[in-house]
Design a protein. Structure first.
Length: 248
């Protein structure tokens, strides 16, 4: 929204999604899973914004800080749009919030139109590896927009056997908090996924955590990564995606 001058503290994950905040002028504090009241008070904020995932003890710490608190828990793209508008309204910048939402919607619609006549691939996307947890519903919506069919139930635990039985054409790993470090080769080996189409055709990818797990405009980078993974013939390879290494 162009309001970074009002940001007094953020988490390391915020810095991953928006590198501009890591210029040394702001406190880097614990996230919504490990929040500490004293850290928050030290920053002297007027408002605390937090989003999923939460831990009860962390929420208690945020409340203990005694600062106005807006806790968000989006699941779908519609939820994310609403949250953006809500934050913009609190900051007195409703029009800027509406512009961000409109830009996101237009970009998603553009990708959806480009893949409208393309064959649809089965896509499994995971947000964690042990246990295996499918990505959030908003990721399933992005997969759908990019010309894929999401395998499994978004946001729910599954097993390697269940994923293998679905025979996905594309596997995406965007592990929460892991950046780009999902071990693709080890995943396929340990889960015995060699025979599924995605592994046989080397269509196993890691997408940077912040591009799919941050409920904000940076999801457009995740959309670009998914679109290239699913339809490389229609899209150029974007930054933020890594493909499994092919054995010699």
């Amino acid at each position: 929204m162009g309001l970074l001058d009002r940001l007094v503290a953020c988490t390391k994950y915020c810095a991953d999604a928006c590198p501009e905040v890591a210029d040394g002028s702001r406190l880097i504090v614990s996230d919504s899973w490990t929040a500490q009241a004293e850290q928050i008070r030290t920053a002297h904020p007027d408002l605390v914004l937090a989003s999923v995932p939460y831990q009860f003890e962390a929420v208690a710490e945020i409340l203990k800080a005694g600062v106005r608190f807006l806790g968000l828990a989006p699941r779908t793209l519609a939820d994310i749009y609403t949250d953006i508008i809500s934050i913009a309204g609190i900051m007195g910048e409703t029009e800027r919030g509406a512009m961000i939402v409109a830009r996101m919607q237009a970009r998603i619609d553009d990708v959806r139109q480009r893949v409208a006549s393309a064959p649809r691939a089965k896509v499994f996307c995971e947000a964690w590896g042990k246990p295996i947890i499918s990505s959030q519903p908003w990721v399933a919506e992005l997969v759908q927009a990019a010309g894929g069919e999401f395998v499994g139930t978004p946001g729910k635990s599954t097993t390697a056997e269940e994923v293998a039985a679905a025979r996905p054409d594309v596997i995406l790993a965007a592990w929460c908090g892991a950046g780009d470090r999902a071990p693709l080769e080890k995943m396929v080996e340990q889960r015995q996924w060699h025979a599924m189409p995605a592994a046989k055709n080397h269509r196993v990818f890691c997408i940077n955590d912040e591009l799919l797990n941050t409920p904000a405009a940076c999801l457009l980078g995740g959309l670009d990564a998914i679109a290239w993974a699913v339809h490389p013939e229609l899209f150029e390879r974007p930054p933020g995606i890594r493909q499994i290494q092919v054995s010699a």
